[in-house]
Ligand binder design. Sequence first.
Ligand code: GRF
Length: 193
Amino acid sequence: MRIVVMVSGSGTNLQAVLDAVREDRIDVEIAAVGADKPCTGLERAQAAGVETFLVRPGDHPDRAQWNRALQRAVEDHAPDRVLFAGFMRIVDAGFVEAFAGRIVNTHPSLLPSFPGAHAVRDALAHGVKVTGVTVHEVVADVDAGPILAQAAVPVLTDDDEDRLHERIKAAERELLVDTLGALARRSALHDAW
Ligand code: GRF
């Protein structure tokens, strides 16, 4: 299964996938890693010898044209799936349509609770005792697509946003690699038939 991974930040989820691919734990080929801004995630990809691309919103006159440029950059690598691994931009319906049912996102809460950019903060503020991570398909509505996998993470009494997010990310990396592995096995089966 050939994937393009999109990142915006530290790229620890990407690193987990890079490691799993390198160690042959999942049948996935990372065709390229893209970002909306220079970030550690891109550096991780370069260090692993993976092709990278950068499509910055500021280099395009409006959101629609940025979306089309991003779409073309991803399409150039002909992926079977697109993985948003800490990609902090919302793509438009045209982008989702171009890769319909083939975009996978990871989100640091148990969706449908706490969608959006501040999921960990929102979960803490709400006082939940259990939160977690969701790997799901991307649809045009934000954080609303079909759920592929989830893992629960308890909230501890002395948690702050950073501590809780770090524990969620540990669960997230494992869940993401497992889910990608399962999707790759499913696509290999599909190809065989
Ligand atoms: C992850 O928790 C992701 O779900 C969220 O931001 C974090 C990105 O972490 N949207 P990293 O860049 O993979 O280290």
